[in-house]
Design a protein around this ligand. Structure first.
Ligand SMILES: [Zn+2]
Length: 151
């Protein structure tokens, strides 16, 4: 039983580019009701083995999210002081309680997006494997109790 664990609703973020195409980041979290964690140790181990096999990064991984930010550049006399701000993509991630922001050039966006998605895929697998291992511990304890009362 996967009792007592948090259920997270899946959410998706959509990023739109000025050029007219969009990138979609799947931010769906591990959902227990979707996965239906089995109770039998053999099934748990089989499912865990399948997840562990997928636990290899296909492309480099990158922790963080892409956000579009409009900024004043601070250069004296730049048009952004009066008119439209400079709009660009930034990688953000929490580092020691603060948000670290890194500028990402337009031509790197798709590659960076791929790294971020791969990081999310690996993170999801780690969550699932952890949940299966937790279920294995519980199954072991349940079995030991059952045996203990009989012998
Ligand atoms: Zn400027």
């Amino acid at each position: 039983m996967g009792r007592g664990t948090g259920l997270h609703a899946g959410k998706r973020k959509c990023f739109f580019f000025a050029a007219g195409f969009s990138l979609t980041v799947s931010d769906k979290r591990y959902n227990l009701s979707d996965t239906n964690v089995p109770t039998h140790p053999t099934l748990l181990r089989r499912r865990r083995a399948a997840r562990v096999r997928k636990l290899v990064a296909q492309v480099p991984v990158l922790a963080g999210s892409l956000v579009r930010i409009a900024k004043h550049c601070g250069r004296p006399g730049c048009h952004c002081q009066k008119g439209a701000k400079h709009v660009g993509w930034y990688l953000t991630r929490p580092v020691q309680g603060k948000t670290q922001t890194t500028y990402v050039p337009q031509e790197m966006l798709q590659e960076v997006q791929g790294w971020i998605q791969e990081h999310r895929r690996i993170k999801q697998l780690v969550t699932e494997i952890s949940e299966l291992n937790r279920a294995l511990i519980r199954a072991y304890v349940t079995e030991r109790k059952r045996r203990g009362t009989r012998s």
